[in-house]
Design a protein around this ligand. Structure first.
Ligand SMILES: Cc1ncc(COP(=O)(O)O)c(C=O)c1O
Length: 363
């Protein structure tokens, strides 16, 4: 890439236009819906799903990708022609490829060679290129190397998610949730339940509830093969694991820089079979398929709803519908894949059937 004079009028004009283009995308987009999840009214506890799958790129990562590009543009890290590199096999890369194409920039997603063909196709459909590494934990180093080699910018969601997002407002996911709860019977939820990949979403919600002086508590769910739960419980930020999570988008083999344990009030460990049992069970309730991390969220939310009901406490609980299920037809919705993974959802279906019928939790 030819050297760009970052202080030139030409470059400054390009950056200003790039910011306008990204802000225009936000201006064209309607906010995502907050859906009531049907539970018996007599329980006195209401559950809501924040549906982030309706973003133009299909997941909660559309908000983050927009913030990461604005952050990099306004820091002078991205100028005309800068190749943008990200360590992501998933939703973030799909959303970032969308914005890179909008700005006419090359985009490369660095991911494990085991990444699902659906995800690769989604990134390529947005104009992105996929770069594969055999060792999943090498995605960070490989992204840095590629950025150095190409004179590009490693946009690095894991480091910048918590600081690129405006946690005080600016239509972040927390502000959107609380604004949409304003006319509900219990507008201030007792709990918000989310998962953690970068940790950016939970950091934003935890900060926002403190900044707005709300009583709402934050619960973070964690799948198998992730170190977040143990690291948070034992205050061990250096903890690492050897395997990646099977629930795409959440759970990490290291404590990511954007994971802010101090704003989390509670963590819940969720078996992968439970997450998958939930998404198969709620397909009937919602009339559509959702992604694995939504199942993990709902398992945690159901447990908390049951506790509030058992305590005779009325109130509301909010969780996230992170992405659609169409991306997982060859994994979570495929019985052969489940069998090959040794995942048996039967015992968890029994827990869900009892909960949805009586409100009692034996998870
Ligand atoms: C589908 C899905 N759910 C949840 C998350 C977790 O969000 P965060 O990275 O903000 O912790 C991600 C993150 O990539 C995701 O892709």
């Amino acid at each position: 890439m030819t050297a760009v004079d970052r202080c030139s009028d030409k470059t400054r004009a390009w950056v200003c236009e790039a910011v306008r283009v990204i802000e225009a995308d936000a201006n064209r987009s309607a906010d995502t819906h907050l859906l009531p999840f049907p539970l018996p009214a007599e329980w006195g506890v209401r559950l809501y799903l924040k549906d982030e799958s309706t973003h133009p790129t299909g997941s909660l990562k559309h908000r983050l990708a927009r913030s990461l590009f604005l952050y990099a543009l306004c820091n002078g890290w991205i100028v005309e022609g800068t190749p943008v590199i990200e360590a992501s096999s998933g939703s973030t890369a799909v959303s970032e490829a969308y914005f890179a194409r909008m700005l006419g920039l090359p985009f490369i997603a660095v991911m494990p060679r085991t990444t699902s063909p659906e995800k690769i196709a989604l990134i390529e459909r947005q104009g992105g290129r996929c770069h594969f590494v055999d060792e999943p934990t090498r995605i960070y180093a490989a992204s840095r190397d590629l950025a150095a080699e190409l004179g590009g910018h490693f946009i690095d969601q894991f480091t910048h998610a918590e600081r690129a997002t405006d946690w005080r407002g600016n239509n972040n996911i927390a502000q959107s949730i609380f604004d949409q709860m304003a006319l509900e019977p219990d507008p201030e939820p007792a709990w918000v339940v989310v998962g953690a990949g970068t940790g950016g979403t939970s950091a934003t919600i935890g900060r926002y509830t403190r900044y707005r002086r709300l009583t709402t508590r934050l619960a973070v769910v964690d799948p198998e093969n992730s170190v977040f739960f143990d690291a948070w419980r034992d205050t061990e930020p250096g903890l690492t694991g050897c395997r990646g999570s099977r629930i795409e988008g959440i759970g990490r083999p290291r404590v990511e820089p954007s994971f802010l344990g101090q704003v989390i009030d509670r963590m819940i460990k969720v078996p992968d079979a439970a997450s998958i049992a939930v998404i198969r069970r709620v397909e009937r309730v919602l009339g559509r398929r959702v992604g694995g991390s939504t199942g993990t969220n709902l398992w945690g939310a159901f447990e908390i709803v049951a506790e509030l009901k058992a305590a005779g406490t009325t109130g509301s609980v909010v969780t996230l519908l992170c992405d659609g299920g169409e991306r997982y037809s060859h994994t979570y919705y495929d019985d052969e894949w489940l069998a090959a993974q040794g995942i048996d959802t039967t015992p968890y279906h029994a827990v869900l059937d009892e909960f949805l019928a009586t409100g009692t939790w034996n998870g």
